[in-house]
Design a protein around this ligand. Structure first.
Ligand code: NAD
Length: 250
């Protein structure tokens, strides 16, 4: 089978992105739109989602991924609006930096509820829809923090991101016979408001620790998701795509 260059076009596809109101989620949703997909921009902050979606004629929906019923309802709204959903990107997350000595139960539970349980709900809700249609792409936005130790983010964040790899493999195995792929993307050190807010010398030290010598860009994350969502990636499932400038080579 030959893979044509246009196999990366997502014209006619429908995507659903969580946490798309800002940051990488907004960049991912914009990239999918640019590649030709119709996109549902969802976020717990419905106003943020609406302002980003309005730039590119997307559908904006308020969605708190901790709530399974709300997730099902928002997904059903996107299906009614567009006719189907072909691509789900589980991106929504909370990224606290609390020291492991100080994390309390409420914060632990909330981070796991958003980052891991939300991803589980998304995979299951989209998985049911996609297996019936015998096609679909699920991309879970994980992190280098789930692959190696880091003091930059909290232990609960790291645990949630590591858990996403297990979910990715479980759903990939379950859905592979139905033509649905499930993959994880593991970014690190992507330019973001949090990085921008750091003192210049700290930013320079962080960049120097990255073999390519710079931070990644949101557009590079978007391009990787477009690839994973494209027909060209049909033989890739249960995989983790590392996007970290060489910070982790394995
Ligand atoms: N920025 C990085 O360098 C980096 C590196 C590795 C992985 N990641 C991953 O990329 C993803 C996006 O990170 P970011 O830096 O853009 O984060 P961010 O905090 O800037 O954005 C997260 C978005 O998720 C939304 N959100 C929060 N709680 C939600 C909930 N309960 N339901 C729905 N939406 C909710 C927020 O409103 C926000 O729009 C996350 O999964 C994160 O783990 C980011």
């Amino acid at each position: 089978m030959s893979v044509q260059p246009q196999a990366q076009s997502l014209a006619g596809r429908i995507a659903f992105v969580t946490g798309a109101g800002q940051g990488l989620g907004a960049d991912i949703a914009r990239a999918l739109r640019q590649a030709g997909a119709q996109v549902a921009f969802t976020d717990v902050d419905g106003e943020l989602a609406a302002s980003v979606a309005a730039e590119v004629d997307g559908l904006a929906l308020a969605l708190d991924v901790r709530d399974e019923q709300a997730f099902s309802a928002a997904f059903a709204t996107a299906v009614r609006h567009f006719g189907a959903v072909d691509i789900l990107v589980n991106n929504a997350a909370r990224t606290p930096t609390t020291s492991l000595w100080d994390v309390d139960v409420a914060e632990w539970d909330d981070v796991l509820a958003i980052n891991l349980r939300g991803t589980f709900f998304g995979c299951r809700i989209a998985g049911r829809h996609m297996r019936e249609r015998r096609q679909g792409r699920i991309v879970n936005i994980a992190s280098l923090a789930g692959q190696q130790a880091s003091t930059a983010t909290g232990v609960h964040y790291a645990a949630s991101k590591a858990g996403q790899f297990a979910l990715t493999r479980a759903f990939a195995q379950e859905l592979a016979p139905q033509g649905v792929t499930v993959n994880a993307l593991a970014p690190a050190a992507i330019a973001s408001p949090a990085l921008d807010a750091m003192p210049a010398d700290r930013q320079a030290a962080l960049a120097a620790a990255i073999p390519v010598g710079r931070f990644g860009q949101g557009e590079e994350v978007g391009a990787a998701v477009v690839y994973l969502a494209s027909p060209a990636a049909a033989f890739m499932t249960g995989a983790t795509l590392d996007l970290n400038g060489g910070r982790l080579m394995r």
